[in-house]
Design a protein around this ligand. Structure first.
Ligand SMILES: Cc1ncc(COP(=O)(O)O)c(C=O)c1O
Length: 402
């Protein structure tokens, strides 16, 4: 079956492709294991992107490439058309990966500005690699726990306000991974208001921005909503085609920023030894942003249907679990503490079912007994794997050791 002529039903066999999700993480569970874990999709990307990569491959010589204005324009146009924000293409710094931009801030830019280690504030649960690079840079990290993450996550604004006192950097993720919240304009206004008095930077990691439910909560880039902070150079607005077009392995992201921070980012990139992009990164990203809009619409319809079906299955199989209804992302965040009093129980269910989910503890200590799944895969194998995992989790006989 196809959606608008695009195929989101045919499984793609990714074993033996050096895939981190399959060949590294799923392999210990056996060849019939199914990975619902890492956030990359099990769909083939848009035809226009495949064509761009194939054309680039056909050349047969893969030397160094550079970032030119066509990349900047394509990135800025995508923001304008899809998200109603109109950045200047010159306000763009290329990074292969968003995590590297956070590393640049924590290792170089903030310590250079302040003469001491960075003080970082993040919400928890959080995508851990963003925190890990800060920890490894010696930064102090203050965590603000989100409330009700497995229904409609809420920000404790009092806790945020006190955490931001003296902070250098707020890490914001919009839409939020793992809860799937798309922060509303009111919530973003309050975040901006809390950030305004100090001098802190805000890095808005919006890598999941293109995944929203048709007719559902609209995504707003923070930079569009807080032009004073943007003009003051205090917002790093991170966009990426990596998740949207399942090209994370090609490594292209677009960090929009304004003023002197642009030179600081470019300088930090040099200190990290990040010179040229991957050969395929630029043509793939340009083709995606210029020619694959209809594919993204069809993809969002498919994911919305997958999420609906996965939630219905979980309601039947794990009736005591609480399951978020994500406004964005393709991720489903489940509070399964009624079945999993400890992290070992989630792990045991993965082993027994040979279905990998991401244990909640990977997103923060307080979330053991939660799990996250990725719904961006053909529906039948998704439901089959989720059923297998849920039954193992619910079964009192599931072995916690093997
Ligand atoms: C919120 C979030 N940020 C960043 C990343 C990784 O992005 P990159 O590979 O560009 O560092 C992910 C990947 O799952 C993510 O979920």
């Amino acid at each position: 079956m196809t959606t608008d002529g695009f195929d989101f039903r045919t499984p793609v066999d990714r074993w033996d492709t050096h895939s981190a999700k399959w060949d590294l993480l799923a392999a210990p569970y056996g060849r019939d294991a199914v990975a619902l874990s890492v956030a990359d999709m099990e769909f083939r990307t848009a035809p226009a992107v495949i064509e761009a990569v194939e054309n680039a491959a056909k050349l047969g010589t893969y030397g160094y490439t550079e970032v030119f204005d066509d990349f900047r324009r394509a990135a800025a146009d995508w923001q304008r058309r899809r998200h109603g924000w109109n950045p200047d293409p010159d306000d763009l710094v290329f990074f292969p990966r968003i995590v590297q931009c956070v590393a640049a801030l924590a290792n170089f830019i903030i310590p250079d500005r302040t003469g001491r280690r960075a003080r970082v504030v993040s919400f928890t649960p959080a995508y851990h690699p963003l925190l890990e690079v800060c920890e490894r840079a010696g930064a102090s990290i203050e965590l603000v726990e989100l409330l009700d993450t497995a229904s409609k996550a809420r920000i404790d604004f009092d806790a945020l306000e006190s955490a931001m006192t003296g902070a250098d950097l707020l890490l914001l993720t919009n839409p939020h991974n793992p809860s799937g919240r798309v922060w509303s304009r009111q919530e973003l206004e309050r975040i901006a208001a809390i950030t305004r008095p100090g001098g802190a930077l805000v890095l808005s990691d919006d890598i999941h921005a293109d995944f929203t439910r048709p007719g559902g909560a609209p995504y707003t880039p923070l930079a569009d909503l807080a032009p004073d902070l943007w003009e003051a150079g205090r917002i790093l607005q991170c966009a990426s085609p990596g998740k949207t077009f399942t090209i994370a392995g090609l490594e292209a992201s677009a960090v929009f920023a304004h003023g002197r921070i642009i030179d600081e980012l470019e300088n930090a990139k040099r200190r990290l030894g990040l010179h040229n992009p991957n050969y395929f990164a630029i043509p793939a990203a340009i083709a995606a942003w210029k020619h694959a809009e209809r594919w993204v619409d069809a993809l969002n319809e498919t994911i919305t249907e997958n999420i609906r079906a996965a939630r219905a299955l979980l309601a039947l199989e794990l009736p005591e679990a609480r399951v978020a209804d994500p406004e964005g992302t393709y991720l489903l965040w489940v509070d399964a503490r009624a079945y999993a009093p400890s992290a070992a129980r989630i792990e045991g269910a993965c082993r027994a079912s040979r279905v990998l989910v991401t244990p909640g503890g990977e997103f923060g200590e307080a979330f053991e007994g939660f799990f996250r799944i990725n719904t961006a895969m053909p529906l039948d194998p998704l439901l089959e794997a989720l059923r297998r995992f849920s039954r193992a989790l619910a079964s009192p006989s599931t072995d916690l050791i093997n």
